[in-house]
Design a protein around this ligand. Structure first.
Ligand SMILES: N[C@@H](CCC(=O)N[C@@H](CS)C(=O)NCC(=O)O)C(=O)O
Length: 409
C-alpha cells in the first residue's frame, strides 16, 4: 500500500485479541514529512487525523517518518483508559517516567456527606445526609470499592444507599455495566460506561475513571471517588437517620488507626499494586520486599492483640481485610507477591477468618468475580486471560481469636 507521497506504513489493528475485526490498516494521514527510516517491528499508538478522538493500538511492521504529533511510543500491548478533557482514551498507567514504578493518582472528587450538609474535611458543602439520596458505584473485584460495600453493610445502610455493580471485565472502555455475572446496572443515570458518570459530573474531566464513586442523585454529581473518605462518611454521617451506630473511627483510637492505615496502605493495599504493575525488575522487587515486610509486621501485631489498632475492631481492620482476602487468590499469583501466602501466617490467617465471619461480611466477598477481573482484564500481565482454578480457600474455618484475646470489658 502506498500513500500519495510514496512513504508508506503497513499496520495491523490489534486493539484486543478478542476484537472480531482484526485487520490491516493503512494510516496515510499520519505520514507527513521527513526522512524515511526503516524499522522492522514496533508498537505505536496512532491517532488518525480524521478521527481525532480515536486511538488505535497498532502493530507496525514498517514505518516511515511519522509526524511526532500523531504518535506516541508505548511499552507494550496495554489497554486501559482514562479521560482527557472529557474524552475517553485507552492508555495504560505510565510507568516510563517513574523507572517502572506504578504511582497511583490522587482521587479528584473529595466532597463529604455530613449530617447537616456543612463542608467536610475537603471539598465543598451541600451534601446533606438523607436516606435515598446517594448511590454507590462499585466493582466487587476492587479492594477500594469493597471497603465501601463493607461499610454500607456493617452500618446497615442498604436501604438508604443504593448500589450499581460494574462488570468484572475492565477492557477498552474501562469499567462498564455491560451485562455479565454480578452486574447491577446503572438505574440512576442509565449509563453503560463508568466514564460517562464522570463526564456527567464534570464534562471536561481529566483523569483516571476509578471506582468506588459516591453519587448524589439530588445534585446529579459525584460527591467523592475516594474510598478512604467514603467509609468515614458512611461510618458516621447517617447515624442520626437510623444507621447502626457502631463507630469504626472512634476519637480515642484515631492516632493508632491513622498510623496503622499508613503502614497498611503503603505496604499492602497499594504495595501489591506496585508489585503487580511494576514494569522493571527492580521496581517489582522493591515493591514485593515492602509487601512482605508489612505482612511480617502485621503478623507480629496480630499475635499480641486481637485487632490492628488494639482490642477493638476499627476501620483499620476493614481497610486491611480487603487486601488480605484477595491475597492468596490473586496477589500471590497474578501480582507475583509470592514469598508467602496469608495461609502461611498463623495470626494473619486466623484474623482473616475472624473478619470474614463478622456479620454481613461474607456476602460482600466474591472471589470468583475478583479472580475473573484481575486475571481477565490485565492483558499485559496475563495475555491468555486464563483464570486459575485454585487456590482452595476456606474462610469459614473456625478461628480462635476470641479465645486467644477474650473481651476485657
Ligand atoms: N484512591 C482510590 C483508588 C480507587 C482505584 O484505584 N480503583 C481501581 C479499581 S481497584 C480503578 O477503578 N482503577 C481504574 C483505573 O485506574 O483506570 C480509592 O481508594 O477510592
Amino acid at each position: 500500500m502506498h500513500s500519495a507521497s510514496g512513504i508508506f506504513l503497513i499496520v495491523r489493528h490489534v486493539a484486543q485479541a478478542r476484537c472480531p475485526e482484526a485487520q490491516w490498516w493503512y494510516i496515510d494521514a499520519c505520514i507527513t514529512h521527513g526522512r524515511y527510516v526503516f524499522k522492522s517491528f514496533t508498537c505505536i499508538y496512532v491517532r488518525h487525523e480524521s478521527e481525532a478522538s480515536v486511538d488505535f493500538l497498532l502493530d507496525v511492521q514498517y514505518w516511515g517518518s511519522i509526524c511526532p504529533r500523531h504518535y506516541q511510543p508505548i511499552k507494550d500491548n496495554k489497554i486501559m483508559g482514562q479521560l482527557i478533557n472529557g474524552k475517553w482514551h485507552t492508555d495504560w498507567y505510565d510507568t516510563e517516567s517513574t523507572d517502572g514504578k506504578f504511582v497511583r493518582t490522587e482521587s479528584l472528587f473529595r466532597n463529604w456527606v455530613t449530617p447537616d450538609g456543612s463542608a467536610g474535611a475537603t471539598g465543598t458543602g451541600g451534601f446533606h445526609a438523607e436516606a435515598g439520596r446517594y448511590h454507590l458505584y462499585v466493582s466487587l473485584a476492587c479492594p477500594w470499592a469493597h471497603r465501601t460495600l463493607i461499610f454500607r453493610a456493617i452500618k446497615k445502610l442498604e436501604e438508604m444507599i443504593s448500589v450499581s455493580v460494574v462488570n468484572s471485565f475492565m477492557g477498552d472502555n474501562g469499567w462498564t455495566f455491560e451485562p455479565g455475572d454480578d452486574v447491577v446496572p446503572d438505574t440512576v443515570n442509565n449509563k453503560t460506561c463508568m466514564h460517562e458518570i464522570y463526564t456527567l459530573a464534570k464534562s471536561d474531566f481529566s483523569g483516571r475513571v476509578t471506582v468506588p464513586v459516591l453519587w448524589d442523585k439530588q445534585q446529579d454529581t459525584i460527591v467523592s471517588n475516594e474510598s478512604a473518605d467514603i467509609i468515614r462518611m458512611l461510618n458516621s454521617a447517617f447515624d442520626g437517620l437510623g444507621a447502626e451506630t457502631d463507630d469504626y473511627y472512634p476519637v480515642s483510637l484515631r492516632r493508632e488507626i491513622d498510623q496503622i492505615n499508613e503502614l497498611v496502605y503503603d505496604g499492602i493495599n497499594n504495595g501489591v499494586y506496585r508489585s503487580g504493575f511494576a514494569t522493571t525488575q527492580q521496581a517489582y522487587e522493591n515493591a514485593v520486599e515492602g509487601v512482605f515486610d508489612t505482612l511480617d509486621k502485621m503478623e507480629v501485631i496480630l499475635s499480641v492483640q486481637r485487632y490492628l489498632a488494639g482490642s477493638t475492631i476499627t476501620e483499620a481492620d476493614w481497610r486491611a481485610f480487603t487486601t488480605l482476602v484477595r491475597f492468596d487468590a490473586v496477589y500471590a499469583g497474578h501480582f507475583k507477591c509470592n514469598l508467602k501466602r496469608i495461609a502461611d501466617y498463623p495470626s494473619l490467617q486466623n484474623y482473616l477468618q475472624e473478619l470474614y465471619q463478622y456479620p454481613e461480611i461474607a456476602d460482600t466477598v466474591n472471589i470468583g468475580n475478583i479472580k475473573a477481573h484481575y486475571y481477565g482484564s490485565h492483558e499485559m500481565i496475563n495475555p491468555t486471560r486464563i483464570i486459575p482454578v485454585g487456590p482452595s480457600l476456606d474462610f469459614l474455618m473456625p478461628h480462635d481469636r476470641n479465645r486467644r484475646f477474650p473481651a476485657t470489658a
